[in-house]
Design a protein around this ligand. Structure first.
Ligand code: NCD
Length: 306
């Protein structure tokens, strides 16, 4: 039995297989409509979510399965002081697979060590978010045709942005990727990711505070929200929150083939005027997330589809 806590637990071959299954689901949805009949997904969300939780639930329904769970810590026994380990043991009696989001880094790992069913990390604090990465990889594949050979800029909160951490880890597996890290000094990519992922894998990267100066080089621009809930101090958040706002004017020097991504929710980082630009791919990411979560559920439940 396998869980998914960190994106690097999947080999490159497995990532490519998940993408192939998602593409098959898109082409032949009827083939998958009943394959999880009788199976239950538990969504245990101790932190707010719109896309991740609802896309997991939609994914399970579209596979013919059922869903149970909670969407805030206060409505579970965590509010009474129950541990993550006990919660995981309990849910193992009711469901076949768990998707868990938690504000504490490592909580889904603890759950996976105590559950007797697979656990999927649906975001743990400012650490990792592997299933957003699956959505991002399918989006890159569909927009660019390949997962290799491009320059990708990550802009905004690279310190607390867990989607950035997981996507950089996954991209380190592919050929010829150049990474441009765009952030204020205080929100730079954590040292452990720079050293253990970028430097260790000899990925070419630069760090800058200026989005304008690198815009013409980018094939993909991955915008992120400043993660207010991870700040200790509201004044710092207010000072940093509008560091980067993507507007049509700023895109004037960008490539015509640029792909603009954002894991969402957006607060102010992308002007709504960009939504109708054909380069905007953030709502495609939302849809791709559902298909990749369907593929992941099938893999972890070891469901064979013929
Ligand atoms: C992200 C998250 O929860 O980390 N949202 C998501 O799952 N798509 C990004 C964010 O909250 O900024």
């Amino acid at each position: 039995m396998r869980s998914l806590i960190d994106i690097l637990e999947l080999t490159t071959k497995e990532l490519d297989e998940l993408i192939a299954v998602a593409e098959d689901i898109i082409a032949n949805p009827a083939k998958y409509a009943e394959v999880c009949k009788g199976k239950k997904l538990a969504t245990l969300f101790f932190e707010p979510s719109t896309r991740t939780r609802l896309s997991f639930e939609a994914a399970m329904y579209e596979l013919g399965g059922n869903v149970l769970g909670f969407s805030e810590a206060n409505s579970s026994s965590a509010a009474k002081g129950e541990s993550v380990a006990d919660t995981a043991k309990t849910i193992s009696c009711y469901a076949d697979i768990i998707a868990m989001r938690h504000p504490k880094e490592g909580a889904p790992l603890v759950a996976s060590m105590n559950a007797s069913i697979p656990v999927i990390n649906a975001g743990d604090g400012g650490h990792n978010h592997p299933t957003q990465t699956l959505a991002d990889l399918l989006t890159i594949k569909r927009e660019k045709g390949s997962l290799s050979g491009y320059t990708i800029g990550f802009c905004g909160d690279l310190k607390f942005g867990r989607t950035v951490h997981s996507l950089i880890a996954a991209l380190s597996r592919y050929e010829n990727i150049k990474v441009v890290l765009i952030s204020p000094d205080e929100l730079k990519l954590p040292d452990y990711i720079r050293k253990d992922i970028l430097e260790k894998n000899n990925i070419e990267f630069i760090q800058t505070e200026s989005l304008e100066s690198v815009m013409p080089e980018l094939d993909i621009l991955y915008m992120t929200r400043v993660q207010r809930e991870r700040f200790f101090n509201e004044a710092d958040y207010i000072r940093l929150k509008d560091s980067y706002i993507l507007t049509p004017k700023k895109l004037e020097t960008a490539k015509g083939s640029l792909t603009i991504m954002h894991p969402l929710p957006r607060v102010n980082e992308i002007s709504v005027a960009i939504d109708s630009d054909p380069r905007a791919a953030y709502f495609k990411q939302v849809l791709n997330g559902k298909y990749m979560r369907m593929a992941l559920i099938l893999k972890l439940l070891e469901v064979e589809v013929k």
